[in-house]
Design a protein around this ligand. Structure first.
Ligand SMILES: [Zn+2]
Length: 472
C-alpha cells in the first residue's frame, strides 16, 4: 500500500471504503476477479478479510433459508466450520492450552497470503477481520477450549469463554502476535459480540450463556474491587426470578420497573459485576492493541461495536467511546440501517415483557427513541420499514463527538444483512443514502457489512455512486 500520512485516506484523497469478506468468496469467484469487482464497481479500497471466525454469518456463504445473492456459487455451505483461515504458527502459542483452531473448510489455503499481494498491488488496504463471537461450536471443535469457559452463578461451566481466563486471554494475544508478525497487513478489526450478564438477562443481541462469570479469576478481581461475591450471586438470582415472573405476566405489587430498580438498590453488586464483566472485555481490547503496536507501530487496530449499541441504553452506557479511545485507532460503529427495524422491534418487545412491562410497548417507544437519539417508524411498521439513513448519520455524529480526531469512526453499512421474509430489504437507494449519511455525520470511512457473499451486486455497486457525492 502506498505511504500516506492519513491511514484512512488514499494517496488520491479517497476515504477508507472497506468491505467484509470471507475466504469462501475468493475460493468461489477467484481472488483477482473479486478484488477487481470491489475496486472498479464498488469503489472499495480496503479488504477486511474474515480470517478468523467460527460464524457463518461472517465467514461463510449465505445463511441457509435466505436467498442466495446474484453472484458466487449458488449453493449453501451447510458444512461450514470456520476457525483460522490463516496459517497457525505454533511458536507464538506458548502460554495457552487452546489447541488446533485452523479452519478445515478450504484445505491448506492461507487466505491472508492469497489476498494480500494482489490487493496491495491494486493499492488496496488489507485488514484482518477477527470475530471473537463465541456463540458457535468452538468448545466442541477446538481442543482444550472448554477449559477457558466462564463459570455461571450455579457453579456450572457456561458455553462462552472468560476474558479473565489466562488460557483464553493468551490465546488471543498469541493470535494477534502470530498474525501481526507473519503478515504485512495494514490493520486488524476485532469483534466481540457479547454483553455482560445483566444486559443478557434483560434481553437483546449477543452471545449469552447465563449469569457469568464467577470463575476464580473473576472472583479475585471482584475481591480487589471490594465486591461481595455471594451478594452478587444472590442479587442475580433474585433478578432472574423477577424477570422470569415478568415474562409470565406476574406483576409485582409495586410494578415491574420499581421492582427492577429495587433489586439493584438492594444488590448494587449486580451492577458492580456487570461493570467487572465489561471492564474485562475492554481489558482484552487494550492488551490486543498494545501487543499489535509493540510489534508494528503502523498497524491500525480497532473494534467492531455491535448493533445492540444502537438499541440498548444500558449497553450504550457500558460502551463509552471516550474510554475506548486510548486503545483504538478506529471504531467500526455498527449502523446497519435496514435490519435495525426488525432487530430493534424485537428488542423493544423484550423490554416490554420485562422492565417496561408496566406500559404498552407503543407508549414506551417514543421514550426509547428519545433516550437513544433517533427518530424512526412506529412499532407496527418498524420490521417492514427498517431504520433510515438519518439513523446512520446520528450514530456516526455521536461517535465523532465523543472521540474527535483521535479515533477514526468507520460506520458499518448494512448491505443485505438477512431479515425475515416479510421484513425490510436493502435497495440501492437505501445503501447510497446510508453511505452519504455516514460521511455527513463525520465518518472517516465506511465498512460494508456483513460480508460480500450475502450482498446483491446492485446494492454493493450503489456505494460507488454514493461516493461520487461525498464531500472530501
Ligand atoms: Zn471468569
Amino acid at each position: 500500500m502506498a505511504e500516506t500520512k492519513d491511514p484512512y485516506r488514499t494517496a488520491t484523497g479517497a476515504p477508507f471504503v472497506g468491505i467484509q469478506v470471507g475466504a469462501v468468496s475468493f475460493v468461489d469467484e477467484g481472488t483477482e476477479a473479486v478484488l477487481d469487482l470491489f475496486r472498479e464497481q464498488a469503489g472499495v479500497n480496503a479488504v477486511l478479510l474474515a480470517c478468523h471466525t467460527f460464524d457463518r454469518g461472517t465467514g461463510g456463504r449465505q445463511i441457509p433459508g435466505h436467498p442466495l445473492p446474484d453472484h458466487g456459487v449458488q449453493e449453501y455451505d451447510r458444512n461450514f466450520q470456520g476457525g483460522s483461515f490463516a496459517t497457525i504458527h505454533p511458536q507464538y502459542y506458548g502460554k495457552t492450552v487452546v489447541g488446533d483452531f485452523r479452519a478445515p473448510d478450504h484445505g491448506d489455503l492461507d487466505i491472508v497470503e492469497e489476498v494480500m499481494g494482489p490487493a496491495h498491488r491494486r493499492g488496496m488496504w488489507v485488514y484482518t477481520w477477527i470475530n471473537e463471537n463465541p456463540h458457535g461450536p468452538i468448545p466442541r471443535l477446538v481442543p482444550n477450549f472448554p477449559k477457558t469457559l466462564e463459570i455461571d452463578v450455579h457453579g456450572r461451566r457456561a458455553h462462552t469463554p472468560c476474558f479473565n481466563n489466562p488460557d483464553y486471554k493468551y490465546w488471543w494475544l498469541s493470535i494477534i502476535e502470530d498474525y501481526t508478525k507473519s503478515y504485512a497487513f495494514d490493520g486488524t478489526a476485532w469483534c466481540s459480540e457479547r454483553q455482560g450478564p445483566l444486559g443478557s438477562m434483560i434481553g437483546g443481541q449477543g452471545a449469552a450463556s447465563g449469569i457469568t462469570c464467577f470463575c476464580e479469576h473473576c472472583r479475585a478481581l471482584a475481591h480487589e474491587r471490594g465486591t461481595n461475591v455471594e451478594r452478587a450471586k444472590r442479587g442475580f438470582l433474585e433478578m432472574a426470578g423477577f424477570l422470569a415472573a415478568a415474562r409470565r405476566d406476574e406483576r409485582p405489587i409495586d410494578g415491574y420497573f420499581v421492582t427492577f430498580w429495587r433489586i439493584l438498590l438492594e444488590y448494587p453488586e449486580v451492577l458492580a459485576w456487570e461493570k467487572l464483566w465489561t471492564d474485562s472485555q475492554h481489558g482484552i481490547y487494550a492488551e490486543i492493541y498494545g501487543t499489535a503496536k509493540a510489534i508494528r507501530r503502523d498497524v491500525q487496530v480497532g473494534w467492531h461495536v455491535m448493533h445492540h449499541n444502537s438499541f440498548s441504553p444500558f449497553y450504550r452506557a457500558e460502551q463509552d467511546y471516550q474510554k475506548l479511545a486510548p486503545f483504538s485507532d478506529f471504531i467500526k460503529v455498527v449502523a446497519y440501517h435496514n435490519c435495525a427495524g426488525p432487530r430493534y422491534a424485537g428488542y423493544h418487545r423484550t423490554l416490554a415483557r420485562t422492565i417496561f412491562h408496566d406500559a404498552r410497548p407503543e407508549a414506551t417507544l417514543e421514550l426509547m427513541y428519545g433516550i437513544l437519539g433517533i427518530d424512526e417508524a412506529p412499532l407496527d411498521r418498524l420490521p417492514q420499514a427498517g431504520w433510515s439513513a438519518d439513523y446512520v448519520r446520528r450514530e456516526t455524529a455521536r461517535a465523532v463527538a465523543n472521540v474527535g480526531d483521535r479515533v477514526a469512526i468507520l460506520p458499518g453499512i448494512d448491505i443485505d444483512i438477512p431479515t425475515g421474509p416479510e421484513q425490510a430489504k436493502c435497495i440501492p437507494e437505501g445503501t447510497a443514502a446510508a453511505v452519504r449519511a455516514a460521511f455527513d455525520g463525520g465518518a472517516r470511512g465506511v465498512i460494508l457489512s456483513r460480508k460480500y457473499s450475502e450482498m446483491q451486486l446492485a446494492n454493493l455497486f450503489a456505494v460507488k455512486d454514493a461516493l461520487a457525492h461525498v464531500r472530501r
